[in-house]
Design a protein around this ligand. Structure first.
Ligand code: ZN
Length: 321
């Protein structure tokens, strides 16, 4: 049995409904009155493409990595926030809204990132048959601690805010993989074994990556690092480092806040200000100049998940030498 016929059978859409067929007629009426007709009418095979593959849309590129690795040839993946896009502010294009209608599965970050807070309800109401995978399920969320900010003159509403950037911890990556595998297997049971095998292979790689990173970082004497956008808190927590972040809520820093960050960096011996590539780095460069240091890019949104964490790790190690 092919995947698409299987899905259609599950959804009960294959049999033509006629009023001469009492049983189908009753099912038809029940569906009609429970308000599911719209869903069924536009749904035939919508979770699978004609060739049986599943179109998966993710919010951010790191999630696409997991879907591609676990789904393999069974999936075609596209991302909402494109390279260079900012998931804290991004708005989908009309073309993306149309393309979403072909998707069988949406994988969301699920940790309160602004893009999803603003748009998920809309995605679901426009595409009632779309299955949603919450990549954060089972992840223990951390709060942004006051100490992570280099300045303390802002209002305190912000403290205790959940940190949405959980995907940058490889241990959480293993959790994401579990969630993605479960979603794909539920949508496409005949290939559950393929997804399980792919997930297992990836899990071993992520476990090895964790060990490799811990090993590399163990030599670091300077245990804190300064990053403009606070995306590396889970990574830091995993490996016993301290993230000092400059930016909050995407706001421009006040001169006083800049001054305090410069003082803090000088006190702690920090010489590198890490920045997200492709984002405005003027204020980060100001800090770097004041401390006689440099800015250096590390990417929180790479689709090259494993090598990217390796590169970031190497950058942290270099910055402490
Ligand atoms: Zn962010």
């Amino acid at each position: 049995m092919t995947y698409s016929t299987n899905v259609q059978k599950m959804r009960g859409e294959r049999k033509p409904v006629t009023f001469f067929n009492l049983k189908s007629g009753v099912i038809f009426l029940v569906l009609l009155f429970s308000g599911f007709t719209r869903l069924c009418a536009e749904a035939p095979g919508r979770n699978a493409n004609d060739d049986g593959t599943i179109t998966v849309v993710t919010s951010i590129l790191p999630l696409s990595f997991f879907v591609e690795r676990i789904g393999g040839e069974r999936v075609s993946v596209s991302v909402m926030v494109p390279p260079g896009g900012n998931p804290h502010t991004y708005e989908p294009t009309p073309a993306q809204m149309v393309a979403l209608r072909k998707a069988g599965l949406f994988v969301k970050v699920g940790s309160g990132i602004e893009f999803e807070l603003d748009w998920m309800k809309r995605f679901i109401s426009l595409n009632p048959g779309l299955k949603i995978c919450d990549a954060s399920e089972g992840v223990v969320m951390r709060t942004m601690s006051p100490g992570e900010h280099g300045h303390h003159d802002h209002d305190h509403h912000d403290h205790g805010r959940l940190d949405p950037h959980y995907w940058l911890s490889p241990e959480n990556g293993r959790r994401i993989a579990v969630n993605v595998e479960r979603a794909l297997a539920t949508l496409d049971p005949p290939h559950a074994a393929v997804y399980a095998a792919n997930r297992k292979r990836l899990d071993a790689e992520l476990e090895a990556l964790s060990e490799e990173i811990a090993d590399k970082l163990s030599a670091m004497k300077q245990r804190s690092f300064m990053v403009f956008h606070p995306a590396w808190g889970y990574y830091a927590a995993d490996f016993g480092l301290q993230q000092i972040s400059a930016e909050e809520e995407g706001k421009e820093l006040t001169p006083a806040a800049l001054r305090r960050l410069v003082d803090l960096a000088k006190r702690t011996g920090i010489r590198v200000v890490f920045v997200s590539p492709r984002f405005n780095t003027l204020q980060a460069e100001t800090i770097a100049r004041e401390i006689g240091g440099v800015t250096e890019p590390i990417d929180p949104l790479s689709d090259d998940y494993i090598d990217n964490l390796r590169r970031a790790t190497d950058a942290f190690v270099r910055s402490s030498q």
